[in-house]
Design a protein around this ligand. Structure first.
Ligand code: DAT
Ligand code: MG
Length: 140
């Protein structure tokens, strides 16, 4: 029997770390059955974040996003499991925390603070290509 194992990058953003929600977010990932492969607490610099969020350069929320992501440490998590990319996106919920479904990380634990960038607790890679690129950035 061949089981293809996929990996994804999850970040607990600075709002999640400062609010003490890292454990709760890890708990939800583990409770769903995914496997934690590696974890790092990182104070990200502008260069790393510019590469990570390259697709958003030029958008109105780009500069606020880069500033916010440097406002404190983030927890970078390498997570493995069959269909983990899709599964973790579902766990995270919609980008806009007000619209995110109850039961999701964002829908249960985040809100709109009226700022220029949504503080929505987590990042999750959105495709196998993004996951490979982002895992190389955060875990080398
Ligand atoms: P996601 O994190 O759900 O993949 P994204 O990649 O489109 O969302 O955007 C990256 C982050 O930027 C997102 O988590 C929160 C912020 N953001 C996205 N769209 C926004 C918007 N219209 N207004 C404010 N912040 C936004
Ligand atoms: Mg994204």
């Amino acid at each position: 029997m061949t089981v293809t194992t996929e990996e994804t990058l999850i970040l607990v953003k600075p709002d999640g770390v400062v609010r003490g929600l890292t454990g709760e977010i890890l708990r939800r990932i583990e409770a769903r059955g995914y496997r934690l492969v590696n974890i790092r607490l990182v104070q990200a610099n502008r260069s790393l974040l510019a590469q990570h969020y390259a697709e958003h350069e030029g958008k109105p929320f780009y500069e606020p996003l880069i500033e916010f992501m440097q406002s404190g440490p983030v927890v970078a998590i390498r997570v493995a499991g069959n269909r983990v990319i899709e599964g973790c996106r579902a766990l995270a919920g919609a980008t806009d925390p007000t619209a995110a479904a109850p039961g999701t990380i964002r829908g249960d634990l985040a809100r709109d603070w009226g700022l220029k960038v949504q503080q929505n607790l987590v990042h999750g890679s959105d495709s196998p290509e993004s996951a490979a690129r982002e895992l190389a950035l955060w875990f080398g």
